[in-house]
Design a protein around this ligand. Structure first.
Ligand SMILES: [Zn+2]
Ligand SMILES: [Zn+2]
Length: 434
């Protein structure tokens, strides 16, 4: 498996049975044979499995692995050397100040989701051409072992509490799913059921076999929701990886991911001059930070030391964090969080405004929320102060909505028609695969 790449999923059309290949990130299944379009929904996370080799008669046991992929940011202290040269007397004074540094990387990892020291700790290298299946798509496939949700949290906590000047690790997960890997037992050995080769279990195969037999099993299947507007019954359009669907008929937005349609508030920063506008979705987050006064835009001007005259209107303008509601590479993602959060909020937003071209929402609001701390740290002028406050800061999401921002193509770039910020089109199309 190539780092950063996605798995493909083999799934039959729920209507006509035609074979369909999906991308791991897809949420909408479209069948080109019978024209069925359904939304793929799950209460929590998707579960996939690696199909075992054909012709095996032994019982297949499926071992769960967490797969987490996304953006990762590290907030840490850094020494900064300041040197002042005096050219007249040719001496220099150097001083060291401590500041805060945010580094980023792309994050793609999988790890065993069972409490076992003996089973392989990761999925290992798997051929890119291998296609996964949704768990539950074949009832007689074998026994799926119940996975441990706490192991994911422990893993993330381990990362976050590392010391050595690191204040915090932040993950903005684009993908969190469980992938099951098949094994079977024969001749007192445990075999990888894809490669049909024994696992290296340090001669504890029999012990592992007992664990597999006695483990609790997991039941799950993906839900197919017809893509019809719950309000007006119209067909809901949407790109295949769209998490949120917009109704062209009654101008509503819906999040079907939890097996029922939940209405999503949205508004548009309307561009009247031009028809050829693409709207990019951003999450607007009303966040309560315990012990940190950031209620109004005037508070932000103070905290970030923005070059703006203190105006009466800012003290009455609520402060919001903004984050892209779509996938971008880590550096660009944070840059857009900063740019939109520090820009004065528009006062001419129109709720439920019908727009034609909307870039799909591919990042859920809970993941976008993780960016608030990053944005705050990166905007705060007094880095020493924020470093001391970091361990005690607590963020609670009070309200959220989508704001559609107008962009227009200009010399190979998308440019925000109101703010003038350019968006790299390649970064937008390629998402995080950079
Ligand atoms: Zn079909
Ligand atoms: Zn509708």
């Amino acid at each position: 498996m190539v780092n950063g790449s996605n798995f493909q999923i083999e799934q039959q059309c729920p209507q006509c049975g035609a074979p369909i290949i999906l991308d791991e990130a897809d949420r909408i299944l479209s069948c080109k044979f019978c024209r069925t379009r359904v939304y793929l929904a799950a209460e929590d996370i998707f579960r996939f499995y690696i199909p075992p080799a054909e012709g095996l008669s032994e019982t297949i046991y499926f071992i769960p692995y967490w797969r987490i992929k996304g953006l990762s940011y590290t907030i840490k202290e850094k020494d900064m050397n300041r040197e002042r040269q005096n050219s007249l007397f040719s001496y220099s004074i150097s001083s060291t100040i401590r500041t805060i540094d945010i580094s980023n990387k792309y994050f793609d990892i999988n790890f065993l989701s069972l409490d076992s020291k003996l089973l392989p700790h990761s999925l290992g290298l798997r051929p890119q051409a291998m296609k996964l299946k949704f768990m539950g798509s074949n009832e007689s496939e074998g026994k799926f072992l119940k996975f441990s949700p706490t192991l994911r949290d422990n893993f993330i906590n381990d990362y976050q509490t590392r010391t050595g000047g690191i204040h915090k690790e932040i993950f903005i997960g684009e993908t969190a799913s469980v992938i099951y890997s098949p094994v079977y037992c024969a001749n007192n050995r445990v075999y990888d059921a894809l490669l049909k080769k024994p696992l290296d279990l340090q001669k504890r195969d029999v012990e592992i076999e007992q664990t597999l037999i006695s483990a609790t099993d997991e039941k799950w299947h993906v839900e197919f929701l017809p893509l019809l507007c719950p309000d007006c019954g119209a067909d809901l359009p949407g790109e295949k990886d769209a998490l949120i669907v917009f109704c062209d008929n009654c101008h509503t937005a819906w999040n079907p991911s939890n097996k029922n349609f939940i209405r999503v508030k949205y508004c548009a920063w309307r561009e009247t001059k031009d028809d050829n506008i693409t709207y990019l979705p951003f999450w607007q987050l009303k966040v309560k930070i315990a012990g940190f006064p950031l209620e109004t835009y005037a508070d932000l001007i103070k905290v970030a030391n923005l070059p703006k005259a203190p105006a009466e209107v800012w003290t009455k303008t609520p402060f919001y964090f903004f984050a892209p509601a779509f996938k971008l590479n880590p550096a660009l993602f944070l840059r857009w969080c900063r740019q939109l959060t520090s820009a004065p909020p528009p006062n001419d937003l129109i709720a439920d405004f019908p727009v034609k071209k909307i870039h799909p929402v591919t990042l859920p609001v809970n993941e976008a929320l993780e960016s608030s701390l990053l944005t705050l740290v990166s905007l705060t002028a007094d880095k020493r102060n924020i470093a001391e406050l970091l361990p005690s800061l607590n963020f609670t999401l009070e309200d959220s909505s989508l704001v559609l921002h107008p962009f227009k193509v200009s010399t190979g770039e998308l440019v925000h028609t109101k703010l003038g910020f350019p968006m790299d089109m390649n970064a937008l199309n390629m998402g995080t695969y950079l």
